[in-house]
Design a binder for this molecule. Structure first.
Ligand code: SF4
Length: 342
């Protein structure tokens, strides 16, 4: 069993090569919590200054709880993922109401915005509890060292790696061990070009021995879901409307639609007017109707444009009463049902 060698060598490496970071010089759960939330979606280099500014402005959980949401947001400005700041603020008030910072894994995990990883980090770093963290670095190091090709994003993989991480944890030094394995993944066993030639684990690393360093960890085939924004306009002019036939190379090939414009983000009314190039009465019939496809999430806005004269919009003019003869996607069918007296 390689566990003792693996863990002890990691600790030894950490003592020599670990990063010196401001949130490492403390066991204050508040500071550790703030740093972990900042680092969830932010690189250490960028998060460093934000952390220092944040804890200078709100030095205690009580100070954060007393602040207004606007004040918290000002400190967070530029970091992105603002729900993190809102959750921090909310949880600070939860903590103050409870009377003390929670000190068990389950109580920490119950705070708003705190997941498994963050709860294990706070529990181990602040309270010395034997809770192993599992983040991207940990998946990478464990899968390579032990040569495990179970996809890390599968249910089976998550369980397997969580159990292995816990088994490898040096229970007498959980804080050092957790920081050691995360730093090792961030600095030594990196996603691209890991430093295998100068690695203290090289002589027993399964991935290195079998030439699979570049193939591990394995991820499943989960494809990223793409968001698309469709703005549909039903044009009504003296009993007639416009339909367009969808071309090839995209979803719903060959089906019909009313004039539609796709954008990278929701379209403003001004942009819509500019696109239409037509006067007339514009009424919104539906906003941000979500429609889920396998790898796409569609956001649909739907408008009615009533005009006296036919505008120059691409498509074929047909009688409104004939619309039922044209096959339309299910999403549009549902939207068309909102057009008055159709
Ligand atoms: S030998 Fe390479 S792949 Fe194996 S643990 Fe070390 S850095 Fe990672």
């Amino acid at each position: 069993m390689n566990a003792p060698i693996f863990s002890l060598r990691l600790l030894d490496w950490y003592a020599r090569c670990g990063r010196v970071l401001p949130w490492r010089q403390t066991t204050d759960p508040y500071r550790i919590w703030v740093s972990e939330i900042i680092l969830q979606q932010t690189r250490v280099a960028q998060g460093y200054d934000y952390f220092l500014r944040f804890v200078r402005r709100f030095p205690t959980v009580e100070a954060l709880a007393r602040a207004s949401e606007d004040e918290v947001m000002v400190q967070w400005q530029g970091l992105g993922y603002y729900s993190r700041a809102r959750n921090l603020h909310y949880a600070a008030r939860q903590i103050v109401e409870r009377g003390a910072f929670p000190s068990t894994y389950d109580d920490i995990r119950s705070l708003k915005g705190v997941g498994d990883y963050t709860a294990a980090a706070i529990a181990s770093l602040a309270f010395g509890l034997p809770c192993a963290v599992v983040d991207g670095n940990v998946y990478r190091v464990l899968s390579r060292y032990f040569g495990i090709d179970t996809p890390i994003d599968s249910t089976q993989g998550k369980k397997l790696f969580a159990a292995l991480a816990q088994e490898m944890l040096v229970a007498s030094r959980p804080a050092d061990y957790n920081q050691a394995i995360m730093d090792f993944g961030a600095l030594q066993c990196t996603p691209k070009s890991p430093s295998c030639h100068a690695c203290p684990l090289a002589d027993s690393c399964q991935a290195l021995a079998s030439g699979r360093v570049g193939q591990l960890p394995v991820k499943g085939h989960a494809t990223r879901v793409r968001d698309r924004y469709f703005t549909y306009v039903y044009v009504r002019c003296q009993g007639e409307t416009i339909v367009q036939k969808r071309g090839s190379g995209d979803i719903w090939q060959g089906l019909y639609q009313v004039p539609m414009h796709e954008t990278e983000r929701p379209m403003s009314l001004e942009e819509l007017r500019a696109w239409l190039g037509a006067d007339g009465q514009l009424t919104q019939l539906c906003a941000n109707r979500l429609h889920q496809l396998t790898h796409q999430r569609l956001h649909a806005d739907f408008y009615l444009l009533e005009v006296e004269r036919k505008p120059a919009i691409d498509g074929e003019w047909i009688k409104e009463t004939e619309l039922g003869h044209y096959a339309v996607p299910r999403l549009l069918e549902e939207l068309l049902a909102r057009v008055p007296s159709l």
